[in-house]
Ligand binder design. Structure first.
Ligand code: ZN
Length: 61
C-alpha cells in the first residue's frame, strides 16, 4: 500500500487547497482564517491570518 505525498489540492489545510476546487470550498471554515489577514500567497494571491495556511506566504505590509 503506497501512501504518496498528499495531493497539494484537496485535503491540505492551506487556502490554496481549500479554495482551488468546489469539493473543498467551505466558507464557514475559510472565513475565520482570513478575517484578519496578515499574509498573502506569492503563488496564488490568497490571503490568510496565519502563514501556515498558505503555500508561499509573505507578510502583508
Ligand atoms: Zn497559494
Amino acid at each position: 500500500m503506497l501512501v504518496e505525498r498528499v495531493t497539494e489540492c484537496c485535503g491540505e489545510n492551506k487556502m490554496c487547497a481549500l479554495t482551488c476546487c468546489s469539493c473543498s470550498m467551505d466558507l464557514k471554515r475559510i472565513k475565520p482564517m482570513v478575517n484578519n489577514s496578515k499574509f498573502i500567497c506569492k503563488v496564488c494571491g490568497h490571503v490568510a491570518n496565519k502563514k501556515e495556511n498558505l503555500c508561499q506566504p509573505t507578510p502583508i505590509e
